[in-house]
Design a protein around this ligand. Structure first.
Ligand SMILES: C[S@@+](CC[C@H](N)C(=O)[O-])C[C@H]1O[C@@H](n2cnc3c(N)ncnc32)[C@H](O)[C@@H]1O
Length: 319
């Protein structure tokens, strides 16, 4: 009788040297492949968060406790088995304390809520990760997908922090998780290369900060406006180049969107279409139903129409 095989998961959880447990690919995966979908074991809606202060942990402690009490024994054990970094001087004797540190070390925001996803919680951090994730309201699950080609056996990594900071700033942000990142961006380069990486990340952050507020879908009409738009289009190309040089896949779609819109402003419809389509491909690969994917699909078809019109006008002119 022919063999019968259950479909294998795309990942296994096992020891990752120096990092505790980690998640590893069981097969080679192309960008866009869904690695795992995980429903939250605990999901709470915290009080409003204040910019720069983080979650008011004491205030949400009661919510976490109530959600934990409502779990089955098996789920409670899964939650308590997660890794937790205890800060110096912090109490860790009781289940109550443990829940708090587990939550801080493993929870992810879904937008208005914070969830504990016990499989995703095993994924380690990298400052140049090979995977990304998003929350889908439709499935009520968090989805992890490959953002680069991943080899069989390779460790799956995501980022726990915003990546557009220098190595020392990233180190400070990772302190709350209790480890020093030794990824290729942090430890794989020294001297000039390390300085160049910090500089690129700084320039990328500055680029988004300066360019995004100036995005408009209006075509530049006056000579002055055209000159400015031309400069912005050039800067947007530099931004896309920097993001690619630094290999920050998480920011590609955002940078390509900026380049698309600034080229549309100066009616360069071919590059506008190309950049919009590149951005759309990434957004669509991550989550075809996301607002970002829908926006880029609309922009791509709008710019294609303009490009076609430009080509039609050119060929009429030649007749
Ligand atoms: C969300 S958990 C990840 C899974 C964890 N390794 C485990 O055993 O369950 C976060 C913890 O994993 C460890 N960790 C994550 N990324 C790491 C890295 N790049 N290097 C070393 N330790 C890491 C740290 O102990 C951190 O507090």
């Amino acid at each position: 009788m022919a063999g019968f095989h259950l479909p294998r998961e795309n990942f296994i959880i096992k020891q990752s040297p120096g990092k505790g447990l980690g998640v590893f690919a069981t097969r080679a995966m192309e960008p866009g492949t869904v690695i795992m979908e995980d429903a939250p074991t605990i999901l709470i809606r915290p009080p409003r968060m204040h910019e720069g202060i983080g979650y008011p942990l004491d205030a949400i402690q009661i919510l976490i406790g109530e959600a934990f009490d409502a779990l089955s024994e098996g789920d409670q054990a899964d939650v308590l088995s997660l890794s937790a970094h205890v800060l110096p001087g912090e109490a860790d004797e009781t289940e109550y304390h443990r829940l708090k540190t587990v939550f801080r070390s493993n929870a992810y925001s879904t937008g208005n809520e914070i969830g504990l996803f016990t499989k995703i919680a095993r994924i380690n951090h990298s400052c140049r990760p090979n995977s990304g994730y998003y929350w889908t309201e439709r499935l009520r699950k968090r989805v992890v997908y490959a953002t680069r080609p991943i080899a069989e056996g390779e460790e799956i990594s995501v980022t726990y922090i915003p990546l557009l900071y220098s190595k020392s700033d990233r180190e400070r942000r990772l302190d709350q998780y209790g480890f020093k990142c030794a990824c290729e961006a942090c430890a794989g380069q020294s001297g000039n290369a390390a300085w160049a990486s910090d500089h690129r990340r700084h320039e990328i952050r500055k680029g988004f900060f300066e360019l995004e507020p100036q995005l408009t879908l209006e075509v530049a009409k006056t000579v002055m406006a055209r000159k400015k738009a031309q400069r912005l289009a050039e800067e947007s190309l530099r931004l896309a180049e920097l993001v690619e040089e630094e290999g920050l896949v998480d920011y590609y779609a955002q940078a390509y969107r900026v380049a698309a819109i600034f080229h549309a402003n100066i009616e360069m419809w071919e590059p506008a279409t190309t950049w919009a389509h590149k951005s759309y491909q990434i957004r669509n690969m991550a989550d075809a139903q996301s607002e970002e994917a829908i926006e880029m699909r609309i922009l791509t078809s709008r710019f294609i129409e303009q490009w076609n019109e430009e080509l039609r006008n050119k060929s009429k002119g030649r007749l």
